[in-house]
Design a protein around this ligand. Structure first.
Ligand code: AHM
Length: 341
């Protein structure tokens, strides 16, 4: 087989981007390479999950009080291991870890970035062969290079993200990452084991026809959210409708589809989870950054996700993200005064 040299690998792409910045050290490229490497290892295990004894519950409960699947642990260990031994990351926060992990060795203390991960999002879907994913977020540390990182390096507003991305382990494996310069997607070519540029300069269509929400929670949503969902269902052709409801239950796949096709994803507060379900640092911040860079919007219903000051690494938030015009329409309902009884 002759390798097609017209394809651009993830490494080549990040190095090329770096050349535009004469003072770049290559640390971010190294970090993205390490994330790509860990995700390739996770991909191999996800693909054979039905074959080996890696399916099922690991028998433990994670810090969120949820059942941990074996693949969650495997994925977490891969990202921790690869980044700990790389030269670009000073510490990580993970949905699977109670506390931040400070690498605290000479090389890591001299790194300027910290990473936050949801190593395997949508883990309830593992057993049933539905797409799952990894989500990541990269911040430049606030504390001085040369010292161990601290919690304040991780509790930064999302607006400070240097990069954010996700990997979908689906019908094909795709890694999408954003910097302020743009959003680009790379599909894993299994024949050469490389992520290759397949979705250059992704833009979120300003509007779309897809809304994604858990309808099972409908009667737990606030009135204004219910009104908006009703509007989605009642759109006429003249109003851009009818809308289609799509909800996989793997946010990575749901938001990826809406990013490419145009749409809106919602996980509002519910009565049993008044603070929302999704995690600000591991899930919402990275997607808010990616979608905003692509031209869309993301809020918690009151403010821009990227402007929330986090107070704890595992904090949760209601989450609304998607195409700009659809988000603006949603906001008119959220901000409307409650109807008089
Ligand atoms: P997880 O961290 O346990 O995998 O949960 C996160 C997932 C998201 O991917 C998805 O959007 C959401 O939970 C689905 O939740 P629900 O089943 O309550 O609709």
């Amino acid at each position: 087989m002759i390798i097609n040299r017209r394809v651009q690998t993830l490494d080549e792409f990040t190095i090329q981007q770096m050349r535009d910045f004469p003072h770049a050290t290559g640390e971010l490229s190294g970090l993205l390479r390490d994330i790509g490497l860990a995700s390739k290892r996770v991909n191999v295990e996800v693909n054979k999950a039905g074959l080996v004894d890696i399916l099922g519950d690991a028998g433990s409960i994670n810090v969120q009080g949820e059942e941990v699947k074996k693949l969650d642990i495997y994925a977490n260990n891969q990202f921790v291991g690869v980044l700990r031994h790389g030269i670009s990351c000073a510490g990580i926060g993970s949905e699977e870890l109670d506390d931040i992990l400070v690498f605290d060795d000479e090389i890591s203390n001299n790194s300027k970035y910290v990473c936050l991960f949801d190593p395997l999002d949508g883990s309830a879907n593992i057993d049933v062969n539905v797409s799952i994913g990894t989500i990541f977020s990269v911040f430049r540390r606030i504390t001085p290079v040369g010292t161990p990182v601290t919690i304040e390096d991780f509790l930064q507003k999302g607006i400070n993200q240097v990069a954010a991305g996700y990997v979908i382990y689906g019908s094909s494996t795709i890694l999408v990452y954003a910097t302020r310069r743009g959003v680009n997607g790379f599909t894993l070519d299994p024949s050469i084991g490389e992520f290759t540029l397949s979705h250059p300069d992704i833009k979120c269509p300003p509007s779309g026809k897809i809304y994604s929400v858990n309808h099972g929670n409908f009667f737990q949503y606030e009135d204004n959210i219910r009104k908006y969902i009703n509007v989605c269902q009642q759109k006429s052709v003249e109003e851009g409708g009818p809308y289609t409801q799509r909800y996989i239950g793997s946010m990575v796949s749901d938001v990826h589809r809406n990013l490419i096709k145009g749409g809106i994803f919602m996980y509002p507060a519910i009565k049993s989870k008044p603070g929302g379900k999704l995690r600000l640092l591991y899930e919402c911040n990275p997607f808010a950054f990616i979608v905003e860079v692509a031209g869309g919007k993301a809020t918690d219903g009151k403010q821009r996700i990227l402007e929330i000051q986090p107070t704890a690494v595992h904090e949760r938030t209601p989450f609304f993200v998607g195409s700009k015009l659809m988000m603006e329409e949603l906001e008119t309902y959220i901000n409307a005064a409650p109807a008089e009884a």
